[in-house]
Each structure stands twice: as C-alpha cells, then as structure tokens.
Design a protein around this ligand. Sequence first.
Ligand SMILES: [Zn+2]
Length: 327
Amino acid sequence: MNRIYGNEELLATLGSMVTRDRAAHSVIFYGEKGTGRKTAAKYYTSLLLCSSPEDGKPCGVCASCRNVAADNHPDVYYAQPSGKLGAYNVETTRQICRDAFTKPNNDTGRKVYIFRDCRNTEAAAQNTLLKVVEEPPDYAYFIFTAESLSAFLPTIISRCISLPLSPVTEDEARRALTETDFTKEQADEAVSHFHGNIGMCREYLLDGELRKQVDLTKRLAESIIRKDEYELMRTLGEFGTERSSLRSAFTMADKLIRDAAVFAKGSSAAPISCCPDAAQKLSEVISAYQAARIHSCISKAWDAVCGNVNAGLVLTALCADIMTAAV
Ligand SMILES: [Zn+2]
C-alpha cells in the first residue's frame, strides 16, 4: 500500500470517522496534481474494507487491503471516463446508480465507487448521482478526486465531505523519494524543481516529458527577460497544442510568474515554480505589478482555450499580451 506523507489532519479525520463508525459515504479528495489524491482515495477505500483496521488505519496486509492495493477488489468500482475530455458521462453514472443497489460480496459488507480525476463532468451526469450520493444504501460509498472543488456542482459538494490534499514539506518529499526508489541526489534534484509535491517529483525523475517542460519553463523566463516575442511563442508552442499540453504550459508559466512577483516584492514566501532560479532572474526585470498583469493574461488565455478558441490564436495573443505587460 502506498504511504501518504504529511497530510496528518486528513489521515486523522478519516481514521476518526471509521473508528467512531461514522465513515462518510461520499468524500471528495482535492488538490493539485501530484499531491496524492488517488493514494488518499485508495487509503480510504482500504480503511473502509480492511478486515482488521488498527487505530483508525488500514492493516495493509489482509486480503482486502492487498486486493485494494492491487486494484483487484471485487467490491471496488473505478468509474471509467470517456470521450476526448476524459469526463464521466450520464450512461456511466446511471449504470453505477443501478449497481449501487446490489449488495456487496465481502465480509465488511461495503462497496466503494471511485471517480478519479473529475473534470468537465456534465451537469446531467452529476445530477444522476445526486440522489444516490444523498441517500446511499448503507453499504455504498462514493469517492471523488479532482484538482479543485470547481469540478463539481454545488449540490454534489454539499452532500460530500471535502478533504484537501496539500504538498508536504521539502524534507518530507526527500524522505518519501529516498524511502522508495531514488537516491539522495535524485531526490534533491527533483525537490529543487517540484518542492513538496511528491507525485510531480516522482514524475520528474521517471518521465522525460516533464524534464523537457522544466527546460521549456526556463526558456520562457529567458525569452521574457530578453523581450523576445518570437522565442516566447516558439517555446510555448513546444509544449504542444493539445488542451492538456497547454494546461501544463500555462500552469508552469503562471507559477514562474508568481515566484517572480514574490521575489520582486522581497517576500520570504517559499517558491512554488519548477525553476525558482529563472524566476529570480525574471524578478530583476519585471515588477510585482507587471507579474500580476502577466498572470491575468495567462488566465485570459486559459479561458479562451476552454472556450475552444484555436490554440495558435490563443498563443499569438498571449505572447503579444505578455510582451505588452512586461515592457
Ligand atoms: Zn487490512
């Protein structure tokens, strides 16, 4: 079973609910990518199904815990997203509602439905779930994970317990990495880019694509410093023009700009971008006010992407806006 680092409050809440026999039937785990939402969903599932939990924690060794860890438990259902946007559709949620009225097979008498990475889920699909989330059968539990609560209708949120996942401290992240697959040097390098986000640190060490994106983010900073609009455009384009690539590009650029603002103000807030050194250099040429304007440009560009504006047009407008803001 994957361990959850940090997030003590969240673990204590889950443990106390189960120990008091008041386990929440519907839970949303939310937080930025890499903070352990899926691990938390599995942890709570194990806790609900474990045959001998101890002190509000799953034992990790019983058949149930092992099956949950191996994604192999007959009473744990992972809803399948569909379509280009990876959303859950009405057919899927209807089928789950029907299934939820069939009793489970296991000794704990519980079954768990997990909806991972909820985003772009149409209102009709969420409305289908409303009834069963509001008045679930005694044995049925629903777990949702998402980057933010904005993925859900207010009516769903009001019927769930929402628990945020936070990045851990940099020391905890180093410990998590060295306790698993990585050397101290690798852990130091990853933490210098992704700080207390263990999932992103792991991805950085295992995935060439994320390394490339870190290099591109450094180039973004350099092109703004040199006021080179053409290079800025070329660099953003290298992230790719799919919505998911643009999302990564905009997220990384936005964190870079946030750090530049923090450095420009002389604040001691901890950096959050993947290249604090580049943000430091950027802060020598743009003010906190200019950084705030660039942040608005990036938000506007993301809204345009979500409104299905052509990626090329969005990037052209964004680069021009950034250059205007940075002068
Ligand atoms: Zn167990």
